[in-house]
Design a protein around this ligand. Structure first.
Ligand SMILES: [Zn+2]
Length: 228
């Protein structure tokens, strides 16, 4: 199929955050007896030259255009799904923010990061009327420390820019930053705090075991252990 090698697909590159016409470098088709044939196309980003893998369906034939293809889905770079330790709704909101970022919808990505933060507050049982108040409440309860509250306020502010007509557009760099801050913040709240609590529990158990043994046994040895 020599024509395929010259095909181009308009797509967003999540490596360099630009949208352009990526040249197809190779195609692999998977025919199916009933469902439409799936076409996988490996493309090169015209800007950064990194690979992008697209998949699309062959949905029909056109007399002039040839095979009609569905809108391409980006398979690589892979979409962010979040960690299994995240609450489902938080993961879903975040995945939406990430999809928006990957297709170059930067205002929408920022708005979804803001909604992700609102969901984080809900999951932690904080339901103030505004996000700004909820964030302060998280800080008061010790669920977020000062620096993370600052990040969250940053997400909120960029989300506001994305949400309102008449304000500036959210830049690619800002959208990428807020998605990364959101990921770090969710990891901190739902993944690392739990892991650290489990780590502490393991270590307090481990240090409790010898002193328990000592309590019923040799006092001199117990003393030497404490000194060590
Ligand atoms: Zn690129």
């Amino acid at each position: 199929m020599p024509s395929v090698a010259r095909e181009r697909f308009r797509t967003h590159c999540a490596h360099c955050m630009t949208t352009g016409s990526a040249e197809a470098k190779g195609t692999y088709r998977v025919p199916h007896p009933v469902e439409p044939t799936i076409r996988y196309v490996l493309c090169e980003c015209p800007n950064c030259h990194e690979p992008i893998l697209l998949s699309m369906m062959e949905v029909g034939e056109d007399l002039f255009e040839g095979t009609v293809l569905s809108a391409p889905q980006v398979l690589y770079p892979a979409r962010e799904e979040g960690d299994p330790s995240w609450p489902t709704r938080v993961g879903k909101r975040f995945a939406e923010a990430d999809v928006c970022l990957r297709v170059g919808a930067f205002n929408a990505a920022a708005v979804m990061c803001r909604r992700t933060m609102e969901q984080v507050c809900l999951e932690l049982g904080v339901t103030e009327k505004t996000l700004i108040k909820s964030l302060e409440e998280l800080k008061k309860r010790g669920l977020l420390d000062e620096r993370l509250v600052q990040w969250a306020h940053g997400l909120r502010a960029v989300g506001n820019v994305g949400a309102h007509a008449g304000s500036e557009d959210v830049s690619a760099q800002d959208a990428q930053d807020v998605v990364e801050f959101a990921r770090a913040l969710i990891d901190y709240v739902f993944t690392y705090q739990q892991r650290f609590a489990a780590f502490q529990a393991r270590h307090s158990q481990a240090s409790a075991t010898p002193s328990d043994a000592n309590a019923s046994g040799d006092d001199a040895r117990a003393g030497s252990k404490v000194d060590a």
